[in-house]
Design a protein around this ligand. Sequence first.
Ligand code: SF4
Length: 681
Amino acid sequence: MSAPQTLTRTTCPYCGVGCGLLAGADGSIKGDPDHPANYGRLCSKGAALGQTIDLAGRLLAPQINGQEASWDETLGLMAETFSTAIRDHGPDSVAFYISGQLLTEDYYVANKLMKGFIGSANIDTNSRLCMASSVAGHKRAFGSDTVPGTYADLEEADLIVLVGSNLAWCHPVLHQRIAAAKTANPNMKVVNIDPRKTATTDLADHHLRIVPDGDTALFNGLLAHLADTGQLDDDYLKKHVTGRRPAITQARLGDPLESGLTEAELAQFYQLWAGTEKVVTVYSQGVNQSKCGTDKVNAILNCHLATGRIGKPGCGPFSVTGQPNAMGGREVGGLSNMLANHLDIENPDHRASVRGFWQSPTICTQPGLKAVDLFQACADGKIKALWVMSTNPAVSLPDADGVAAAIAKVPFVAVSDIMARTDTGDLADVLLPATGWGEKDGTVTNSERRISRQRAFLPPPGASRPDWKIICDLAARMGWAESFNFSSPAEVFAEYVALSGATQDFHRDLDLSIFADMDYAKLLPTQWPQNGTRFFADGGFFHGNGKARMLPVTAPAPIQRDAFTLNTGRNRDQWHTMSRSGKAPRLGAHLAEPYVEIHPVDATSLGLSAGDLLALRNRYGQAVLRALITDRSAPGQLFAPMHWTRQQSTSGCINTLTAPVVDPVSGQPASKCSPVAAQKF
Ligand code: SF4
């Protein structure tokens, strides 16, 4: 009889729900019954993780120009190249592009190196594509990037409004929790606001098929309705909120019919919202990935602030993050316009405080390049050395062919990854083998601010090293050994917690003191600032006056369509560019090839039959995809999944077509609404 398998308590590496797992070296995976994110539940991706831990295709040794090399040689070359570029062209001539797949400890040291030692803020992350608009909206409204919601709020609500969120496929365990809560509470209503019918729509009592970017018109209309029908919380507004008058005046100027909904649909939704005390508005990429994403976020927050539906059980806006550690990255200043601990680069006191703690030779003095601008700077020849960690921007960024060409122009490119071949890695001068999920230790923070451990249960393969270690090794070679002398992720985490303590004079929301006495090895999933503490329970916002701000926001002009608009998103069973999920046969069986959804009316006008190929093109690129004729999207709107790379499908990399248009406040790309022409192939 074989010995019982030892299971390690860890966290799923996929989405921002952050489910706890019990994982074994033989590939056994179970939901952790004690983890508060999932209480034992799993989705198809999490359950198939055991099929992804083999070493096929892994990058197992450093490479220089395609030849295996030692760590010594490789790091020596990197240190020399980065140092020379900094000396000759200044600190802003180098850049890091990192990832919400990284653990908090990786993120922390990468930011410390770039912002405190190199002295630039040219470090951005693929989280820019995920929730930058939400960060910007929170900061405008609350004075801090505080996500006030918890998963328990979803179960306590009587109305859940899901905006631009296919929760059933993108955050499946949260969807399971809402479905169970709805069964237990027959009074609970779910409204799904989305231009597209999705698997999530099946759970909804009402599907409001807005036009793309119709969210602001809809929520401005709601605010005007609340004001005009005397349903604002005047007492709450007086005590805790500024900006009421201009926000409402602006909202009244808009036309809610520009949302694309009928008067009857609007009236029903507004009455339901106004008549339900416990409302949670969950939003995700359909809101954030937009040319006006930050305004959409504030249009939603305005309604919650105006009615005091925030800071109470079962109430509030709730931005759910796409990636496993988008929140952890935010906490340690992962974006190019943030400092660690939710502090601001623009604030000299914040900079001095962080620099003093780090005892660093310098500190960046202005925000760095955001993702799309960062690769434009590569194209313009301004970046002399680039390090991409744990992400595949040549596939995942808009205008993916333009990004690939931009990377190819950079004189020196290093890529850290677990896989030997990626579209971005193929453009690199240096490849650095990183340990992956199951092989490395660290922490992640999920969408409800709960920090959990990822734990190793497999040995590091080949010569791979954890990302935090690679970063520290490079920093040491660049002359900063003492400041990066960490021997474990536990030491990195301890420094991050200590930074939180040292900068407490500037604290807003991020207080990690609860972690100071915790044993890292045994760390249980813990929500900050303290388990059970509710943000904004009595106001307590983070603007200087302690109040929140309502923002006047304007709905964008309706799209003038002369072709199709292309929406992109996730499939149920794949993750990002499939470097892990693509390994699992069980997941590949769901939707095996790239496709494009097209409405039957459009299919008829293009002469398409089921299974025909559809050619899409615009000024950025082209793709040829199998047509899936369905009424999930409205006529004129196409949808295609984002997962396939050029290596996996010669004509299915959909971001070759997405336009590099960004929200002007957050810099987040508008990946859901690109103009394309379509014809039968
Ligand atoms: Fe992993 Fe997200 Fe699925 Fe949970 S819901 S198992 S975190 S992919």
